[in-house]
Structures are given as structure tokens and as C-alpha cells.
Design a binder for this molecule. Sequence first.
Ligand code: SF4
Length: 231
Amino acid sequence: MILGIYGWQDSGKTTLVERLTEDLSAEGYSVSSVKHAPHEKDQDVEGKDSWRHSKAGGDPVVLQTSEGTTLIKRPALAIGEVLEVVRREFHPDVLLVEGYKDGDFPKVALGDIEPADGTVLVNPALEEVIGYIRKEVEYERAYDKLPKLDCGKCGLSCGDLAREIAEGKMSLDDCPERPARKVEIIAGGERLPVGGFVAEIPDKTIRGFLSSLKGYSGEPDVEIRLRSSDD
Ligand code: SF4
């Protein structure tokens, strides 16, 4: 889940991100964060080698040290692209975004700033934010396991059933369309709805094909990518 934290300078944004990261990590959640810094000086140091690479036209430039890796991309990616890359590459349970008031995700407002659209909590206690995050992560985990057909056979939409599961009122077994095996098809970055009987067709076909290949010994998780020959 993504949660933004915004407010004026010195409103406690970084402290809240720090506390959330510490406490949620201690609970076993994987936590990533994105910090919005308005000035270039926050990104790179003028005159340093990586700054010179970037100013010469390198794009992206990667600064690699024994402590970490920094990627410099100019011009800056849109916030939506940054979040997509972090989620796709690192799959965090929680992605905290500090300093963006206008992003299209739920947000926490700190201090006396005017609450923006999508603000779910205003000057909350730490435990309140953690409670909100726990519930949203449970919701996302449940939703991710549903076939997303929105067929209504459970009496609800997929999203509403996931919400009920997150609140402990229903379970995944309440979805009659949930296949015994999970088949994910992602085309052009979009996940296609695959459920019930339809999921069994590629599952059985591909496993039959794999069984004839040397090196496949029945592993339950298999990833196959179909790409255009130009990639
Ligand atoms: S039965 Fe399953 S796929 Fe259909 S709406 Fe309910 S949760 Fe979604």
C-alpha cells in the first residue's frame, strides 16, 4: 500500500516516516519510502563525479558505493512512474511517500496545512497510522489473491470481499471463482482477470509442456515471459 505524508516544513513528516519504518519493519512488513526534495542540491553534489556524468548527458547515471546505490535520472520521473518502479522492482508491503500533497494515493496531513484530496488522517497518533496501514495491507493481500472477475457470485464485488476478508468477517473460500492454482497474465503492464475454469487451461497446458523439458522437476511456481522479438 502507498501512504503519503505531507505538511509544511518542520511539521514532523520525516520523524513520522522514521517511526513508521522502524515499527512496521519490526512487525515484519517490508517498507520503502520516497522523499520529495524540491532542490537539486538534495539529489547530488555539484562537482562530484556522478554529477559531472549526469551534466555531460548520462541518463540515467548510477552512483555505486559499498554502502548503497543511487540512480540519477534527468529530467525527473513523474511521481507515478517512481512509485510504479519501486513497487514493480521491490514489492514493498508499504511505500511511504514524504512531501507530495497532490499524489493520487491516500495521505496523512501534518500540522496546520489545508488537507488535500485523498487525505485519510489529519495529525494522527502513530498507532492510528499503523492501524490504518495494517488494515490496508491486509486488504491488498486479500484482493491480490482474488481473481478480480467482479462476477458477483460471492454477493459482493471483489474489492468489497477483500475488505470483508481484511476485517476478518469473510475468507478467501467465499470466492467460488478462486482457482486452485494461480495464473497471472500481465499484458502491457496490466493484469488481466483470470479465474475459475479459465485459469485451469493455461495451467494444465503449460505444465504439460514443461514436463517434457529437461530441468523442470515440477516446481509449483513458474514464470514465463512472452516478449516481442524487438525487446
Ligand atoms: S466471486 Fe470471486 S471473482 Fe466473483 S466477485 Fe466475488 S470475489 Fe470477485
